[in-house]
Ligand binder design. Structure first.
Ligand SMILES: Nc1nc(=O)n([C@H]2C[C@H](O)[C@@H](COP(=O)(O)O)O2)cc1CO
Ligand SMILES: [Zn+2]
Length: 159
């Protein structure tokens, strides 16, 4: 008889998004994104980080201060990285599993790439203008927004 305690698709893909986020150098928010085809094949992964060639140790990671000295001017978001990393894949009808609800800028890229559903874990910036604008665009574009329902299952990896 087959095993019955295997992880389901949502746990699997959100788990991979969470593991991918662990690559982030950001001291405050580590974000991961996992794009999946309608056939449940992984098409791309991304996490928030500095652009290629921009030395992590030479870039600012501050949240506050003079804008040019904050990370916000430079960091590439997990969702955008996942979309850009999938240049040779068609994302039409795909789902993206994100550990944090997308910002308005990534929302534009998600919509333009043809992604049809966003499954999100944290929504800690729900009341910001960026999140409000993101929801407005997703709704207009018919992109489904699905809050991830944590299963409570703990996954321990010996790495
Ligand atoms: N959906 C998102 N995906 C992301 O990759 N990010 C990144 C940008 C920053 O590196 C970090 C947010 O930093 P903080 O404001 O929580 O210290 O997460 C942020 C959001 C929030 O909209
Ligand atoms: Zn973003």
């Amino acid at each position: 008889m087959k095993r019955t305690d295997y992880i389901n698709w949502d746990e699997y893909f959100m788990g991979i998004a969470l593991l991918t986020a662990m690559r982030s150098k950001d001291p405050s928010s580590q974000v991961g994104a996992c794009i999946v085809s309608p056939e449940n094949k992984i098409l791309s992964l991304g996490y928030n980080g500095m652009p290629i060639g921009c030395d992590d140790d030479a870039m600012p990671w501050e949240r506050e201060g003079e804008p040019l000295n904050t990370k916000y001017m430079y960091v590439c978001h997990a969702e955008l990285n996942a979309i850009l990393n999938s240049a040779h894949n068609n994302l039409k009808g795909a789902r993206v599993y994100v550990t944090l609800f997308p910002c308005n800028e990534c929302t534009k890229a998600i919509i333009q790439s043809g992604i049809a559903e966003v499954v999100y874990y944290s929504d800690k910036y729900h009341d910001t203008d960026s999140s409000v604008a993101a929801r407005f665009m997703f709704q207009k574009a018919g992109v489904r927004l699905t809050p991830y329902q944590p299963s409570g299952r703990k996954a321990e990896l010996e790495l």
